[in-house]
Design a protein around this ligand. Structure first.
Ligand code: ADP
Length: 190
């Protein structure tokens, strides 16, 4: 291996280590987190639903749904693995980034890539909107049935990889609603 490649690999490894210090795992309700953007595990209609989606719309009020309606009118919803951004209504966050996780047993294959894409696309949208801090729920691990241990590995790996390349985002918070997700993500964060 050439010396320049060794240095470049060392730099990449160092960036991954540094990125770990910009990740926080907490237990709580994402609607109460004061970050630049919180991420919603939405469905492709963007018209609200159960779980974290319902909680965000309830706490944030009708302004979020109004913004979602405008997006739907323009582009007709949001595809699995993609993300869109709206205001955050009454929430303490500035924005809500709505991403659509894969349904684990949808038989569509590529669920891991689609779940990783949710994290990547949300982070890209956060950077494009000058967000420095962002909070994620455990996408797809509720109604969409993704096994929590597998989802935690994908979530953490994807965020660490992104942070190693990106220097705009200062902090990523994983907000876990249940002990199982908290323990899994905490383990993966180390
Ligand atoms: P999905 O359809 O993507 O599975 P869910 O909303 O059913 O979305 O669940 C995603 C994750 O969000 C689950 O782990 C669930 O426990 C969690 N969750 C539900 N409500 C909240 C909340 N208020 N804050 C943070 N996480 C939440």
């Amino acid at each position: 291996m050439r010396k320049i490649d060794i240095i470049s690999n060392q730099k990449k490894a160092w960036n991954v280590i540094l990125s770990m210090h910009r990740i926080k795992v907490i237990k709580g309700d994402i609607t109460s987190i004061a970050v630049d953007a919180i991420v919603n595990a939405a469905n492709s209609s963007l018209m609200g639903g159960g779980g974290v989606d319902g909680a965000i719309h309830r706490a944030g009020g009708p302004a979020i749904l109004e913004d979602c309606r405008k997006i739907v009118a323009k582009q007709g919803g949001c595809k699995t693995g993609a993300a869109v951004i709206t205001g955050a209504g009454r929430l303490p966050a500035k924005y809500v980034i709505h991403t659509v996780g894969p349904v684990y047993n949808s038989g569509k294959g590529k669920v891991a890539e689609l779940l990783a894409s949710c994290y990547q696309e949300s982070l890209k949208l956060a950077v494009a909107n000058h967000c420095k801090t962002i909070a994620f729920p455990s996408i797809s691990t509720g109604i969409y049935g993704y096994p929590k241990a597998q989802a935690a590995v994908i979530a953490m790996d994807t965020v660490k990889t992104f942070l190693a390349e990106d220097h705009e985002i200062e902090e990523v918070v994983f907000v876990c609603f249940d002990d199982e997700n908290y323990d899994l993500l905490k383990k993966e964060s180390g």
